[in-house]
Design a protein around this ligand. Structure first.
Ligand SMILES: [Zn+2]
Length: 283
């Protein structure tokens, strides 16, 4: 069984430079407000709300992380700064694609939920998530409102547990393929929470978080795969992205998104289609 997802991480409302693996917390939380608790059955939660640090990550009956085969798509494009001659976008095109970490293919929805990446930290990882609010309902504005601290937590019973939560992702890919961007990729969004990948903690430091509108166990739309592949290629041209993995891979036992409904082989095929010699499946 896998736990859930969304992206997130609630982080300590402290400033930039907070401790790695910083506990998921909500800033602005005030006494009397409900909050997501440790031990929350995040396997059922469509929103990957992080658990406070110190909580056990594994549940009874769940295989320990090391035995689990992670998903993942290798995404090393040759020279993210030096496109092959005659192939792919020109350097001018790449500059147009990104402006201070904001993608031209997305609608900007600036969120206050970010801080600085550690000095000199290279962006080498993409973490995929899934989220929908209310769970399983698509097309509304609640996710956008959550990531920009404007969600009316009285609007739906499920939202009570989100009160005071401060989370974000860099991108949100809607069912119709529309992409919203909340945080510049040059900055650290609060999506992965307590996490670990290839010997390194706190993936938020060196990753880009992409939320797919969806629900764990549910299938994703064709348009989402198409746009996701386009976004991943654009990211890999701009940053030295080595791989794309799921939240469930960097926080096994604690998060389960994007979940079994996400078709990793399909994503690999889409990425190969444009660049046959590049992406190589690793998982
Ligand atoms: Zn997640």
């Amino acid at each position: 069984m896998r736990p859930a997802s969304v992206a997130n991480k609630a982080e300590r409302g402290s400033k930039a430079g907070h401790l790695p693996g910083g506990s998921p917390v909500r800033a602005g939380h005030s006494p009397g407000r409900s909050r997501v608790r440790a031990g929350q059955p995040c396997g059922q939660s469509p929103v990957c709300v992080g658990q406070p640090t110190g909580q056990s990550q594994l549940r009874a009956g769940q295989p320990p992380g090391p035995l689990r085969v992670p998903h993942g798509v290798s995404l090393s494009l040759p020279g993210h700064g030096a496109e092959e001659p005659g192939r792919g976008p020109s350097s001018v095109g790449r500059r147009r694609a990104w402006r201070e970490g904001w993608w031209s293919g997305a609608e900007a929805r600036p969120s206050p939920n970010f801080d600085e990446r550690p000095a000199g930290e290279a962006v080498t990882l993409v973490v995929l998530h899934s989220i929908s609010l209310p769970p399983g309902e698509y097309g509304g504005d609640a996710v956008e409102q959550l990531f920009t601290n404007r969600l009316d937590c009285d609007a739906h019973p499920y939202y009570a547990q989100l009160r005071g939560l401060r989370v974000s992702a860099h991108f949100f890919v809607r069912r119709d393929g529309r992409v919203l961007q909340f945080v510049s990729c040059d900055r650290r969004a609060w999506h992965a929470g307590r996490s670990h990948w290839r010997g390194r903690d706190d993936c938020n430091h060196y990753s880009i978080g992409i939320e797919l509108e969806g629900l764990e166990g549910h299938a994703f739309d064709d348009e989402q795969y198409r746009v996701l592949a386009r976004l991943l290629r654009a990211l890999a041209r701009r940053w030295p992205i080595a791989e794309t993995v799921g939240h469930e891979d960097v926080a096994p036992g604690r998060k389960a998104d994007p979940g079994p409904g996400f078709d990793w082989p399909r994503l690999r095929r889409l990425l190969r289609r444009r660049r046959p010699s590049l992406p190589r499946a690793t998982g």
